[in-house]
Design a protein around this ligand. Structure first.
Ligand code: ADP
Ligand code: MG
Length: 238
């Protein structure tokens, strides 16, 4: 499979068509942005880490019965996926309060939530990806009630699996963002699962091992990304 036309260039990835109209190639870049594009930078080899981590997790999720777009990791930075029609919602799952939820609701960062919180935001850069509820989702036509119920169930199932996998290597899954798409009438998990899209805290020390190191200028960004991938692939906390 080879790249044909550039279909879309986003903040972290490029999407290319292939000879097969049902497949595309995602190329992971080192570009990093935060605060809706207001902060920009690069994280060396981030694209390689995010492709490796996403490929590994998508394969595990498929085995666990979570249908997703992953077909093959083609190279360091390229992933072959099923081409989907992206549902314009970010599905966020939170186990511990942090980031925008802490700010909006005044809940101190680090507060363990009694049960996972699922949030939806409307994928629209110009609007700043606003938080939406199920009535808003129906009003803007982003998804049907039935689809929203499916997304919620899938997101919570994925949360259970990811918490277990990261927990076993000493990493606490604080929160994460998913994107889903439709192909042949089926809902598939798409996009990526990486330190760009998850909050990971070292369970033993509380150290942040994700994009918050970039957002908050904490240093050691590249090291943190490699640390999470290394633990996940070796299956150990050290
Ligand atoms: P953004 O800046 O919009 O977050 P990214 O840099 O993350 O974009 O680029 C990835 C783009 O590709 C996103 O718009 C995402 O929704 C889309 N995408 C992810 N997986 C697929 C897929 N399997 N088929 C089609 N588009 C996809
Ligand atoms: Mg993205």
């Amino acid at each position: 499979m080879t790249r044909k036309d550039l279909l879309y260039e986003g903040k972290a990835k490029r999407v290319y068509s292939t000879e097969d109209p049902g497949q595309c190639i995602i190329e992971f870049k080192d570009d990093a942005t935060a605060f809706n594009g207001a902060k920009k930078g690069t994280i060396m080899d981030k694209g390689i880490v995010n492709n490796a981590m996403s490929s590994y997790l998508f394969a595990l999720l498929e085995d666990a019965g979570v249908a997703n777009h992953f077909l093959e990791r083609m190279s360091d930075r390229e992933m072959l996926v099923r081409r989907v029609q992206i549902i314009p919602l970010e599905v966020i799952v939170r186990n511990i309060a942090a980031g925008s939820m802490s700010k909006r609701l005044g809940i101190p960062e680090g507060t363990v939530l009694g049960r996972p919180v699922v949030e939806f935001s409307y994928k629209d850069d110009a609007l700043g990806d606003p938080l939406v509820n199920e009535d808003h989702i129906r009003a803007i036509g982003a998804a049907t009630d039935e689809e929203v119920a499916t997304l919620r169930t899938l997101a919570l199932r994925i949360n259970d699996l990811l918490r277990e996998w990261f927990g076993s290597v000493g990493i606490t899954l604080v929160d994460f963002k998913l994107e889903f798409g439709q192909a042949d009438g089926k809902i598939l998990l798409a996009d990526e699962i990486s330190p760009d899209t998850c909050r990971f805290w070292d369970t033993a020390t509380g150290e942040k091992l994700d994009k918050d190191r970039f957002r908050r200028d904490l240093g050691g960004v590249q090291e943190a990304y490699h640390e999470v991938l290394g633990r996940l692939l070796s299956g150990s906390a050290e």
